[in-house]
Design a protein around this ligand. Structure first.
Ligand SMILES: Cc1cc2nc3c(=O)[nH]c(=O)nc-3n(C[C@H](O)[C@H](O)[C@H](O)COP(=O)(O)OP(=O)(O)OC[C@H]3O[C@@H](n4cnc5c(N)ncnc54)[C@H](O)[C@@H]3O)c2cc1C
Length: 457
């Protein structure tokens, strides 16, 4: 250990950020027996109507479900999720969109969940431990590791023994670790932005389109997606090049763009122009951070360590999974948190790099692959191989969304499978079954994973 004393003897255990990562981390720390203070810059979302400013709902999948089972909140989460069985692909002029199921198995669905409702469940569970103090409207400004002092934006100061940075992509904790020489980082910005819109319910409150699917309007260079909310509306997101956003600089230009590109959608959203003008445009980037901990004094989790683009719907899932990994290493090394933090970082960094790359790949798959005949043939091929060799093959999307194997393993397996499929299509005489049987067997799911944990219909 870097210090003679355990970090908890030096001062308070502090978590910065009460998003999904910070909230679940505070539960895990409380269950390890620590008293935890969480500082969150925003007001308490359970008592204030905060515009999350980003996506209002998120896709939850197996890697995120497992930690929610682990901390005992899954039944509450089940009550607020909507299962999505596949991608509903809307193509110009086709009145009956095509459902591309995510998997061949009953439980292979993803779940639309409200960002703020999930966060509220985790905050309630954190408070229920009796060991967590939540301090809202308290923004951390700087952290001085020499004096072990946090300075807040309002000028107040407080000591800390160990600090957990769950403060998102723009993390102040990471910045302080950088100044201390423990971390280097940069953000690779995408030349595409996003904007959220709302597809309202029918007058009777029902959904206007199938709620049990993730809707995509793929347009090659850009796309719209829509995820249902329990209130009957959909959160819709336009992802497009910055140059496209730049051209949408007047009501007429916006109306014409939506009429031309997304005619069926636009008839369902009469105020699309007002929404477009009112709602902010968000940036998208991949954070590359090396050095996720500073001795046993600070460690970063979630977007603070590995913010990624949202095209695989995995940022929050990865954040929850990372926090559970950190908890496991801390439990295994209760007296040496420097070792625990170091093992956590060594285990998760390759996985964070893998999902960052796969998330970027999935943008192309969503905005153009889903209507590309070549892609569709390969996807069918992969699903067919999975049927014939279930012990050895899972398509990439399914390994990411419906398994708990390390992301880096999913990436390696997916590359090998893609090579086999490409070769088999080029050479129909190839003995594909022999090649697939030679692949290492798929690992089993995490013992905690329960395919029936969330309702699938
Ligand atoms: C458009 C979009 C769609 C997405 N869709 C999905 C999806 O479908 N599925 C999925 O898994 N992920 C998705 N994500 C990613 C997901 O939103 C993030 O990965 C996840 O929210 C990360 O959680 P976090 O707790 O690490 O960070 P955050 O949610 O950013 O939480 C950080 C918290 O720290 C607080 N904070 C920040 N600075 C300070 C400070 N100085 N002092 C005190 N508090 C501070 C913030 O207010 C915030 O509450 C999406 C992201 C975007 C942008």
């Amino acid at each position: 250990m870097s210090a003679a004393t355990h970090p908890t003897e030096r001062g308070p255990v502090v978590v910065v950020g009460a998003g999904q990562a910070g909230a679940i981390l505070s539960i895990y720390l409380a269950r390890q027996g620590h008293n935890v203070t969480v500082y969150e810059s925003r007001p308490d979302l359970r008592r204030t109507d905060i515009d999350a400013g980003r996506s209002i709902n998120l896709a939850l999948a197996t890697r995120g479900i497992v930690p929610l089972i682990d901390v005992g909140v899954i039944e509450d989460v089940d009550a607020i999720t909507i299962p999505m069985r596949g991608r509903m692909v809307h193509v110009d002029g086709d009145p009956t969109p095509d459902l591309q199921p995510y998997g061949s198995q009953e439980h292979e669905v993803i779940h639309s969940v409200s960002r703020s409702d999930l966060n509220a469940i985790l905050l309630d569970a954190a408070e229920a431990t009796g060991n967590v103090t939540l301090e809202f409207d308290t923004a951390v400004s700087t952290i001085d590791f020499d004096s072990s002092t946090i300075t807040f934006e309002d000028g107040r100061q407080t000591p800390f023994g160990v600090i957990f940075g769950a403060d998102g992509a723009g993390s102040r904790v990471r910045k302080a670790m950088g100044l201390a020489g423990a971390c280097t980082f940069s953000t690779e910005w995408l030349d595409h932005d996003y904007k959220e819109l709302t597809l309202p319910p029918n007058p009777d409150g029902s959904h206007r389109i199938d709620p049990n699917a993730l809707h995509i309007w793929p347009k090659g260079e850009f796309m719209l997606i829509a995820l249902a909310n329990p209130e009957g509306d959909f959160t819709v997101t336009l992802f497009a090049p910055k140059t496209t956003f730049a051209e949408l600089d007047s009501a007429a230009a916006i109306q014409s763009f939506f009429d031309t590109e997304f005619g069926d959608f636009t008839t369902l959203v009469p105020d699309v122009v007002d929404q477009f003008l009112d709602n902010p445009t968000g940036r998208l980037g991949t954070l590359h951070a090396d050095g996720w901990h500073y001795e046993d004094r600070a460690v970063i989790v979630g977007d603070a360590a590995h913010a990624i683009v949202p095209f695989h719907g995995q940022g929050m899932n990865a954040a929850l999974e990372s926090v559970r990994t950190l908890d496991q290493h801390m439990r295994a090394n209760p007296n040496d948190w420097e070792a625990a933090f170091s093992m956590y970082a060594a285990e998760r960094k390759p996985d964070a790099d893998a999902i960052a790359a796969m998330a970027l790949d999935n943008y192309i798959e969503m905005r153009s692959g889903v209507v590309d005949p070549d892609y569709l043939v390969k996807r069918e091929f992969a699903l067919d191989l999975e049927q014939r060799h279930p012990a050895h093959v899972k398509p990439r999307y399914n390994m990411v969304m419906f398994s708990t194997m390390p992301y880096s393993e999913a990436q390696t397996r997916a590359a090998r499978l893609a090579d086999i499929i490409t070769s088999a299509i080029a050479d129909p005489a190839l003995d594909v079954d022999a090649l697939v049987d030679a692949l290492p067997p798929l690992p089993s799911l995490d013992p905690l994973a329960d395919p029936k944990a969330l309702s699938t219909s």
